[in-house]
Design a protein around this ligand. Sequence first.
Ligand SMILES: [Zn+2]
Length: 422
Amino acid sequence: MSIRMNRSLLSVSLALVLGVGGCVRKPPPMTDTERPLTHDEEIAYLEEQGAEFDAEIERSGVVLADPVVQEYVDGIARRLRPEGVADDVFRIRVVRSPSLFGFALPHGSIYLSVGLLYAVRSEAELSQVMGHEMAHVVQRHSLAALRDRRAKGVAVQLTDMATLGIAGGVAQVSYLLSVTSYSRAAEAEADELGLRAVVGAGYDATAAVGFYETLRASALAEVNETGGAFATHPTLSARSENLEELLRAGEIESGRDARVGTAEQAAIHGRIAGEYLRLLYVYRLYERLSEETTALLERDGEDSTLLCARGDAWRGMAEDPEAVALERASRRAVAPTDEMIAEVRAKKDEFVASAVADYERCRELDRADPRAWRGIGMVAWSSGDADQARPALQQYLELEPWADDRRYIQSILAADGEGEQP
Ligand SMILES: [Zn+2]
C-alpha cells in the first residue's frame, strides 16, 4: 500500500475520531499559509498536535507496557531533566517498532523504539539520544521547523504520522521522522546540549558519543547515513566528529567515575530481545530476523527459541520474496525492483532447506516447542505435502490449544486439498 493511500485513509478515520470533542482555541489550519501565525497560535498549534498524536498512539496500542523498561527510561529522564524544567514536561514512551528511532514532540513527549533500546550498548548511549531529544523540546526547535514548513506550503498533520509512522512499518518511519527533523544547526545544537546534559547527569561522555557509532553499525546504517532516523542533514560521521572535537578540546568533560551503565543496558536488552525478534517477524523483516538470531546463536550457543525464530525467518524469505526485496531496498534507501525480487526467489529452495534444518533442530532440543511443529507443518503445507503437514500442525494445536492462528490452522486441517502448490 502506498503512503498516499495510507494517509488519506487515516485522515478520514482521524477526522471521525478527533472531530468530536471540539477545541476552544482552534489555531488556523496549516494549509492556511497566507496569514502568519502569532507566537501564541504557534505554541497552541504545536501543543494540540502533540496531544492528538499522543492520544492516537495510545489508542493504537503500540506503547510497550513493561514496567521495568518504563522505569529504566524514566530513570534516565529524571537524571537528564534540566534545571528549571518541571518534572512532568517529559513523558517517555517506548513503542513497539523494530526500527531504530527516537524523536520528541514539541510539548515534551519523547518516543523511543524497541529497535533503539535493542541496539544501544549502554545506558550512556541511550542517555545521549534522550538528551538530544530533550534539547529539541527545551530549545523549541519545533517552532522554527513549523515556520519553515509553512513557508514551503507543506501541510503536515502530525497525527497522520502516529499510526502511519510507528505502526505502519519500517518504510514509513523515515516519513514520520522527516516531520520531526530539524535544521542542520538545530541538530548540531541538540547534539551538543544533549551531551552537556548527559555529562551533567553523571554519564560518561565518550560512552555517550559511542551512540553514533552504534547507529552506523546498525542494520539500518546505510539508511541512517543518508538521511534516515538520526541523520537529517549533517551525516552521522560529521555529527560524532563535532562532539569528539568538543571532548578533545576539554570543553565537555565527564568525571572519573562517570556512569556507563553497560550491565543495566544488557539487562534491558535481554528483557526486550523476544519482543524485538517478534516485531521483526511481524513487520516481515525476515532478513534482519535471520541476521539477529544468527548473531544471538553465535553469542549464546544453541537455543530452541532462537532456532525456531530463525526457522520462521528462512520460511518468510522462502514464501515472501516481495517482502525481502522491500526490506533490502529500504536498507539501501532505494526503491525495490523486479530484479531484487527475482534474486530472492531464485534462492527459495535454499531458504526452505535452512528453515527445515532449524525447525528440526529446534524440535530435537525441545519436543514441546509448538513453533517447531508449526514451522515443520507450514513448510510441508506450502510445498504441497499435506500428509506430512497435517500431523505436525495437529501436534502444534495440541501443544498450543489457544494459539492466535488456531482457526487458520484448523482450516488447513479440514481442507480436502493437497496443500498449497508453490
Ligand atoms: Zn534531532
